[in-house]
Write a new protein. Structure first.
Length: 259
């Protein structure tokens, strides 16, 4: 609650700010593994449960993930930049990068040091339906107790590659939904699937998203494979047992104010 208090106080205070008389600034940020390509217009500040950010231009957003601080005892630096737009192949092409490092003063539940990069394209089929395609890479310099997007790869590689798609449906001015499907850890011994869904509401200056995503290792007909996994963990891995489970859940919950 100590992390929410200043955010809620600032959000209430902004209701009387002159910027709220201007045109809308809110955007849909997307899911954890599958972001959108949207960037708030120049000068926009956002405060919320998910992100603290500022847009120095219409093509760049920089910030820090508040959710990682209060739920994962980790500080972060995030940047989203639009490289290209309006090509014959896509509406937008973005690069997004993040650096995440656990801080013991915030807790010891997670011990991690991670660099992440996304390349994301937007394909707008019509006014209602858009698809965002993201290629994701993560490098783990410290994965003593990593977050649950780092599943046990059963190899000695400190990096992983993933591909996910976010399907956005916008059925009214304010209401919409997103559906995610993709694969986590192409370089794992056995890559995992990710599925997600969320409902979103956007007003001029507020964005609310409620949903979840689910990562699962698909069943294998090879009984020796599970034995190999267990053997790897016993003799070589030494990583946290939490991340050897064949599945994990993630909240896709956001409450943001933009001004």
């Amino acid at each position: 609650m100590k992390f929410f208090s200043p955010i809620l106080f600032a959000a209430v205070g902004m209701l009387a700010h002159p910027a709220f008389a201007e045109e809308g600034r809110s955007i849909l940020l997307g899911h954890n593994l599958a972001p959108t390509t949207e960037i708030p217009r120049q000068g926009t500040v956002s405060l919320g449960s998910y992100l603290l950010s500022y847009s120095p231009s219409d093509r760049l957003m920089i910030g820090s993930c508040s959710w990682m601080a209060w739920n994962y005892n980790s500080l972060s630096l995030i940047a989203r930049y639009r490289l290209l737009e309006k090509s014959s192949w896509f509406e937008n092409l973005n690069l997004q990068g993040a650096y995440i490092k656990s801080v013991r003063s915030l807790g010891t539940k997670y011990i991690q040091d991670i660099g992440i990069i996304w390349a994301t394209t937007e394909h707008r089929l019509n006014e209602v339906y858009s698809i965002f395609v993201s290629i994701n890479g993560m490098q783990f310099w410290d994965e003593t107790k990593p977050f649950s997007f780092r599943r046990e790869p059963y190899n000695d590689q400190s990096f992983q590659f993933s591909l996910s798609t976010l399907h956005r449906l916008k059925w009214s001015r304010h209401w919409g939904a997103s559906f995610e499907i993709g694969s986590l850890g192409f370089n794992y011994v056995h890559p995992m699937m990710i599925f997600g869904t969320s409902l979103n509401y956007l007003s001029h200056h507020f964005a609310i998203q409620m949903g979840f995503s689910f990562i699962a290792r698909l069943p294998s007909s090879d009984n020796s494979q599970e034995s190999n996994y267990n053997s790897y963990y016993d003799t070589r891995s030494g990583r946290s047992l939490e991340n050897t489970a064949p599945y994990s859940y993630h909240p896709e919950i956001q409450a943001q104010v933009f001004f």
